[in-house]
Design a protein around this ligand. Sequence first.
Ligand SMILES: *Cc1c(COP(=O)(O)O)cnc(C)c1O
Length: 427
Amino acid sequence: MLTKSKKSDAFIELEDRYGAHNYHPLPVVLSRGEGVFVWDVEGRKYYDFLSAYSAVNQGHCHPRIVQAVKDQAEMLTLTSRAFYSDKLGAYEEYLSNYFGFEKVLPMNTGAEGVETAIKICRKWGYEKKGIANGDALILVCGENFHGRTTTIISFSSDPDAKGHFGPYTPGFISIKYNDLDALEQVLLEKGKQVAGFLVEPIQGEAGVNVPDSDFLQGAAALCSEHQVLFIADEIQTGIARTGSLLAVCGDCTCQGNCEQQKTYVRPDILILGKALSGGAYPVSAVLADNYIMDVIHPGQHGSTFGGNPMACHIAQTALEVVRDEKLAQNARKLGIRFRERMQVLVNKSDLVNKVRGKGLLNAVLINDTPESSTAWDICVALSKNGLLAKPTHGNIIRFAPPLVMTDEQLEDCCDIIESTILHFKKA
Ligand SMILES: *Cc1c(COP(=O)(O)O)cnc(C)c1O
């Protein structure tokens, strides 16, 4: 490894000494971002191919979003929900119309959004479906990632996420992802007790697992047959990342009027986070129609910061940017080209086995064991060549740049990835 400069070392050492070791970052210390680029404290420029786990779809420090932050910060930042604000209702209307649902429940982080969806789903199960109190089940998928709270990790299959954090919250059954027979089997056995099916339309953290083209549609049909709420966690896949407004939109290219599209699988509950604010503020939301959302009454759920004026104004602006700049269309177009270029590389190099993904949520599978450091070492080499990406699940590298990338920038990035891999020597 090249020697790092003293400046970076000092920042890394500070985090290491005073921060809990709950992450293992690449040794790069960033201090500025603009569009698809970030700069480190030495002034070196990088393409960002992680986009803060798809929170920065609109690009770093998007001028319109930054302006929204400034404007609202000077007006009013937080009221709590003890009072009304002049921003919340308008934002809720905008968000509902944008995604085609009747109501919104605003929260802050993705995990809170998932927790909220679980609570709404269970309550709906008892009060509308008639499940006996305490018996409600929610189906989830193996290798899921839905966040880090104690309830959410209770149904994780990742030993690191779960180990020694018990006792675990009961009421979840895990089935194999992308397996309609498994879903049908549990529904036939326990359908009367099942309130919801919580699923990622593409499993991002698991390594960009794209299900078969009939999986989501089939799962939604089974759910509706058994009166089970289909809950889509689109925290990572949503908001143009996969080349459509939502991953459940399938192959449609619409920007927010998905009802018209044949391939649209409409969730009963939709969870959004990450890019909802373009990375400028923690904003998440749960969307559903009245017959579901109206099970929640005053005092039964909430958050001090949820729906605050900053969040509302920033998120609305971030969604306007997605629509005005046609980011879904751009992600779709660039994604096709990216996988084309990576496929050429797969054919050329023994180091990479496969490329997969949708839109600009893609992964390259490295030809080594998940325990090996090869993917990590390649990411370090990529960073030296000016491109930042991170391994997921050991031997998989996720590539997810901001969606504001140009055609020329994408070619440049593919050149960097190709030459890095072709010149890479295993340790
Ligand atoms: C990131 C993510 C979450 C959790 O969001 P946080 O804001 O980190 O709590 C949940 N689900 C999916 C699919 C995610 O990618």
